[in-house]
Each structure stands twice: as structure tokens, then as C-alpha cells.
Design a protein around this ligand. Structure first.
Ligand code: HEM
Ligand code: HEM
Length: 181
């Protein structure tokens, strides 16, 4: 078992980050959708705090993941790198990374613009990254809503593609799950 990625396989660090973040993102997509339909009040304020705190942790994790991939590049999708499906897989992964940066940033911008402090797990007040302003707040929430819908659509295709490759038996899912062993 190796920590680092190799030209053919995902190492332990990338695999742990992938599955930890997948669980976190699915949880936040569900929780965020619930929050969007709620009226904020004293009884549910902790749910907003939980969503924001996990979202900021995921932002930190995606930065760590991208830095790790500079240090230890992940393998290319299995198969001919010039084939359309392989190119689509690479573009799809790049789009997921862009969304995983843009979504928490838009939430952080909108929360900052609302003037309400964002407190990480009720202990540390994170800095504001946008001026307190209704225009910034509305734009931030609009972007957060839109980008999360786009992420849901891209992830549906991502999971369907992974399951299809599993059924074809090309080892793609196995190397993300167990490093190809
Ligand atoms: C990867 C990280 C994140 C994901 C996947 C995510 C996902 C979502 C989703 C799906 C919604 C519902 C949007 C809608 O239907 O309009 C939502 C709402 C919300 N998000 Fe996030 N979010 C993330 C990060 C953050 C961060 C970092 C913050 C703030 C610091 C934040 C604050 C909020 C708030 C306050 C709402 C409720 C907005 C409302 O009441 O309409 N989110 N989120
Ligand atoms: C739900 C949140 C998920 C996110 C955000 C996500 C994101 C990603 C990203 C960014 C990569 C590219 C890794 C790289 O090479 O840099 C990847 C690879 C992969 N993901 Fe996911 N993923 C998620 C869920 C899943 C699920 C549920 C499955 C399984 C059904 C899955 C199966 C895979 C596989 C097999 C690969 C490797 C693809 C290859 O070798 O080309 N992912 N994922």
C-alpha cells in the first residue's frame, strides 16, 4: 500500500481525500437544500453554522488535495488518453475541482456580505471576504444556488460513468476504492 499516487494507481492520500470529501459534499448538498427551504430562526441557527463550518473545511480539503496533486500527480483515466471518453473524464474532473472551489467561496462571500459573523464550529470567527452589502449578498447566494445545481448534475454523470466503467470491468472504480489491489 502506498501513500503516493503512481502513474497507474491512486495512493492512499488521494483515495482518503476523495471518499471523505464525497461524503461531506453529499451531506452538504442535502443539508443546503433543506436550509434553502427554511426560515432562519433561533431553533435552526446551529444547522446553518454546521453547514458553513463543514463547507469551509471542504474548501481547505480541496486546496490540500490540489497541492497534493502537484506533489504527487494522479494517474490519467484508464484507456487511450486521446479517446473522447478519457478527455471528457479529465474535463469533468477539472470542472468538479473548479466547482469545489467556487461553491464554498460563493457561500463564504454571501455570508460575509450578510454582516452575520461566520463562526467555525462555534469557536473561531472567520474573516470577512466581502463588504457588507445587499448586492454582494444576493449575487453570492444566486451563484451558490446555481453552482450547486451544476455540481449535482456533473456528479450524477460522474457516478454514472464510474458505475458504467465498473460494469465494463476496466478497474476504474477499484483503483479509486482500493488502489487497484
Ligand atoms: C462544498 C461546499 C458546499 C456545498 C456543497 C454547499 C451546498 C449548498 C446547497 C445545495 C445549498 C442550497 C442552495 C439553493 O438551493 O439555493 C446551500 C445553501 C446554503 N449554503 Fe452552502 N454549500 C457549501 C458551502 C457553504 C459555505 C462555505 C457557506 C458559508 C460560509 C455556505 C452557506 C450556505 C447557506 C447559509 C445556505 C442557505 C442559503 C439560503 O437560506 O437560501 N455553504 N449550500
Ligand atoms: C459525490 C461527490 C464526489 C466528488 C466531489 C468526486 C470527485 C472526484 C474527482 C475530482 C475525481 C478526479 C480525481 C483526480 O484524478 O484528480 C474523482 C475520481 C473518481 N471518482 Fe469521484 N467524486 C464523488 C463521488 C464519487 C462516487 C459516489 C463514486 C463511485 C460510484 C466515484 C468514483 C470515482 C472514481 C472511480 C474515480 C477515478 C476516475 C479515474 O480513474 O479516472 N466518485 N472523483
Amino acid at each position: 500500500m502506498t501513500w503516493r499516487n503512481t502513474p497507474d494507481n491512486f495512493g492512499l492520500v488521494t483515495r482518503l481525500l476523495h471518499w471523505l470529501m464525497a461524503i461531506g459534499i453529499l451531506f452538504l448538498l442535502a443539508l443546503g437544500t433543506r436550509l434553502a427551504g427554511m426560515q432562519p430562526g433561533l431553533a435552526n441557527l446551529w444547522l446553518y453554522g454546521l453547514h458553513k463550518s463543514i463547507g469551509l473545511c471542504l474548501l481547505a480539503l480541496v486546496v490540500i488535495r490540489l497541492v497534493w496533486h502537484r506533489i504527487s500527480p494522479p494517474p490519467s483515466p484508464i484507456g487511450d488518453p486521446r479517446a473522447l471518453s478519457q478527455r471528457l473524464a479529465r474535463w469533468g474532473h477539472a470542472l468538479i475541482y473548479i466547482l469545489l472551489l467556487a461553491i464554498p467561496l460563493s457561500g463564504w462571500i454571501a455570508s460575509s456580505a450578510s454582516g452575520i459573523d461566520t463562526v467555525l464550529f462555534e469557536t473561531w470567527t472567520v474573516p470577512r471576504i466581502a463588504p457588507v452589502s445587499a448586492a454582494w449578498e444576493n449575487a453570492g447566494w444566486a451563484a451558490h444556488g446555481l453552482l450547486t445545481k451544476l455540481l449535482m448534475a456533473v456528479l450524477l454523470v460522474h457516478v454514472a460513468a464510474a458505475l458504467k466503467r465498473q460494469m465494463d470491468g476496466d478497474g476504474t472504480l477499484r483503483r479509486m476504492w482500493s488502489g487497484g489491489n
